[in-house]
Design a protein around this ligand. Structure first.
Ligand code: L34
Length: 280
């Protein structure tokens, strides 16, 4: 039976480190500030943004929320980002995704000053990650790495399989594993022999967005399984991309949903905002 990696606990530890560092910055007259933009009324986004605000308060950051109506125009959103780019007490800007369909996510990501891009989604930050010379790491992949480290799992030389190739999770996740000398395979919807590839993984990261997509036959005995998904099952209950009950008995380590990667995403956002404050 796998050891369950407690993301809530690890995230609390990271936030506590950030809080202490924030006290130190405070002595130099610096208070990190995060602006979170949320457009429309997606209930999941609302929960995540509330969690981000709570984390900011806990670590001692200034947090500003900009809740815009679903009908907000591209021009209005870009004007807000412009204003926040030049607002001196704001170090980090995060526009919660997904945006309503009429808005252009790519243009929004481009508009954020790279030195305030605490999501690390801007092409300039993505490029820096690619060459291993970065200010910020994207929060979710960085959170997964932190969970791996917290469990004392060695990455170097391991066969790592990432399921999912999004710009936000899959691609940067593969890059971070590569930086730690893993042999990395990225699987996606066109992958042939998905089951066989996954079943050869020492470390398996699921970022598909489909409830219980990873079944026990896709997991090697003793594998480490990290579940990035947050879905609702047929009963409306929160669940990951991994069929936890079936996979846990085979894995050596596994992350739960909720209480796994989600809290880490927020903890790493706090780390990035702290870093941004030292850059300004
Ligand atoms: N710009 N958009 C931007 N940056 C991000 O980093 C995100 N992400 C993803 C969605 N859109 C984004 C998040 O913040 C996903 N995400 C996120 C953040 C927090 C949690 C989950 C996803 C979280 O707090 N999860 C809790 C359970 C929450 C619940 O009860 O629904 C957990 O324990 O997993």
């Amino acid at each position: 039976m796998a050891t369950i990696i407690n993301g809530k606990e690890v995230a609390a530890k990271v936030r506590e480190e950030v809080r202490q560092e924030c006290v130190r910055l405070g002595e130099m007259g610096i208070t990190p500030g995060l602006a979170v933009i949320i457009v429309g009324d997606d209930p999941a986004s609302r929960v995540y943004v509330n969690n981000k605000k709570k984390a900011c308060e806990e670590v001692g950051f200034i947090s500003e929320e900009y809740a815009l109506p679903a009908e907000t125009t591209q021009e209005e959103l870009l004007a807000l980002i412009d204003r926040l780019n030049s607002k001196p007490d704001i170090d980090g800007i995060l526009c919660q995704l997904p945006l309503p369909k009429h808005l252009d996510e790519k243009a929004v990501i481009h508009a954020i000053d790279p030195s305030k891009d605490v999501d690390a989604f801007h092409p300039s930050n993505v490029g820096k990650i690619m060459i291993g010379d970065y200010d910020f790491l994207p929060c979710t992949p960085a959170g997964v790495m932190e969970l791996i480290h917290s469990a004392g799992i060695e990455v170097s030389g391991k066969n790592c399989v990432v399921i999912g190739r999004s710009n936000i999770v899959g691609k940067p996740m593969a890059m971070l594993l590569l930086h730690e000398n893993a042999t990395v395979t990225i699987c996606h919807s066109r992958t042939r022999n998905l089951k066989e590839i996954c079943a050869a993984a020492d470390i398996l990261v699921a970022a598909v967005g489909k409830p219980k997509f990873v079944t026990a036959d896709m997991v090697k005995d003793g594998a480490v399984v990290l579940d990035v998904g947050i879905n609702r099952d047929e009963n409306g209950k929160l669940c990951g991309d991994v069929d936890f009950d079936a996979v846990a008995p085979k894995a050596s380590f596994i992350t739960p949903v909720p209480g796994g990667v989600g809290p880490m995403t927020i903890a790493m956002l706090m780390k990035n905002t702290l870093k941004a404050a030292t850059l300004h």
